[in-house]
Every structure is written in C-alpha cells, then in structure tokens.
Write a protein that binds this ligand. Sequence first.
Ligand SMILES: [Mg+2]
Length: 259
Amino acid sequence: MTSSAIARSAPSTMLAPPPSHWPAAQPWALFLDLDGTLCAYRDDPAEVALTPAQRALLRRLQQRLHGALCVLSGRSAADLARIFGDLQIAHVGEHGAAAAAADVLFLAQLARVEAALRTLSTDFPGTWVERKPSSCVLHYRRVPQLAECLAARLPGLDASLDRLRRLDGVCVFEFAARGSDKGSALRAQMQTAPFRGRVAVAVGDDVTDEDAFAAARALGGFGVAVGGRASVQAGFHLADTAAVQRWLQQLAGDSDALD
Ligand SMILES: [Mg+2]
C-alpha cells in the first residue's frame, strides 16, 4: 500500500506524528491554520489571541525557516491584523478568497445568502452571522446541537448561486467564493520567495484545510491533521493544539522541547 493510499483510508488518529526536523537539503515551507491548530477554540472567536510565548515561538520558527512560514486562516484580514499585531509573519485570510471581493456577481449572490442567514439566525438564538469581505458565515458554536437542523435550512446552492460554495467547518457554515480555497492560497505562496523551492507542509484541523493538504501533497509535501476529525489528505497527525505547540518548539530547535 502506498503512503497516499494509507492517508486516504486511515482515520487521522491512526497516522504517525510528523517528523520533528527537516533534511538540510529539503527545507520546509510551513503553512499553519490558526483556530484549532495554533490556538484553541473559544466560545467567542474574538477572545482568541497569541500568548507572548507563542509569538516568540513563531518568531524563532520564522527565522529557522528563513521566512517560509505562513498562516492560512478563514478569518478576515482585520481579525488577523488584530491577532498578529506587529508580528511580521505572512498570513492569508478568508481561505485565500479576498480577490473575490471585487467580483460584482459574486457579491450580489453573497448578499442574498447573507440575508437568508440573518433570517435563519434570528429564528435560532445562539447563532450569529459574520460577514467578511468575501464570505458570509453562520456560527453555531454556542448551540452545536442545532447543526443538523440549521443545515437543513441553509440556502441551496442552485444555478442562481453559482459563484458560491459552502464550507462546513467546526461549528460554522461558511459561504465563500467557488474556486478559492486554502489550496489555491498555498500554491500562490509557493510560487514566491522565500517559499519557492521548499517542501510544502500544511497543518490544520478543519475540512477547509484538506485543500491545503492536497495542494502540499501535489507539490511533493504533506499535510498534518490536527484533532479527531477524519482526514482524507493528511499524511500525519497531531492530537491537539498543545501537541502542535510542542512540535513547533521542536522544529524551532528549542532544546528543552526535545526530551
Ligand atoms: Mg482551524
């Protein structure tokens, strides 16, 4: 059985942890998801922040990777600016779909979906709608028991909504631009310095990260699935955000994390 066949058939928790160092001749370009990967989920996403220790770790890692470190997130650019502040690390928001914000047809379709989601949210207290420049999200983290009920009432993506696709993430239903995802964002980064020529490694916990895993694999790299969700494309697994933190410390060369 090939490694790719193993990755396709095994639950992600059966996969091995990723290597804790890279060969000198094949340096990595590292792509990290934020929520559920770098930072634990919070009931209020606005409460998520990087600790001083995490910021220092990311700086060390960025130095070791000669800048080839990028955060790929579904969050808005404004949210990422709040979280990263003066930390100079490449980051791509909205699953790499920001360019769609200039597409008039897309925006008209997104406005119709937003109106439908706001009505739905009014009918189901505990849910809320987040409008980003190029996507619209129904959050239900506070009422996860409503997942099926909400899914049945979401707008259907018929021919009149052909510019959109739906991403079913962790306690979110997100309507975003068709054709833009974390995979296309990763591929775009890999065409530029200092990422170009390195081995792409993508790390994430959610279904939206599968696109990045697939893109990394297609470029000769691999994906690392975080948490308990079954992954189709990942080749390796880490249990939770704490395990990610320990792994990043090893990659950064922190001697006290190598025990
Ligand atoms: Mg995530």
